[in-house]
Design a protein around this ligand. Sequence first.
Ligand SMILES: [Zn+2]
Length: 92
Amino acid sequence: MASKQAFWTVPAKDGEPDLWVCMSCLNEAFCRKVPMPACPTCHGVSTYEAFTLAAVQDWGTAELIAKATAAQREAEAITAAASATPPVESVQ
Ligand SMILES: [Zn+2]
């Protein structure tokens, strides 16, 4: 990657959608975070709205669905890694 995209972290809330889709270009999707200061594709500010993956799959383009699916998998992997209990070594 040539340039590093910065993000606002959006904490996941129970029962609320955590996939953030740009409503301006409908070409970017991120999970539990939104790019800052603007959308990397259309440079729109505050254009992101939250959806569930099922909703995106309902109306999104194939490309958007692929991005949304990948974003959610990535977020789930990070969550799983963060909640994994570190191995405890017993001192003998
Ligand atoms: Zn956009």
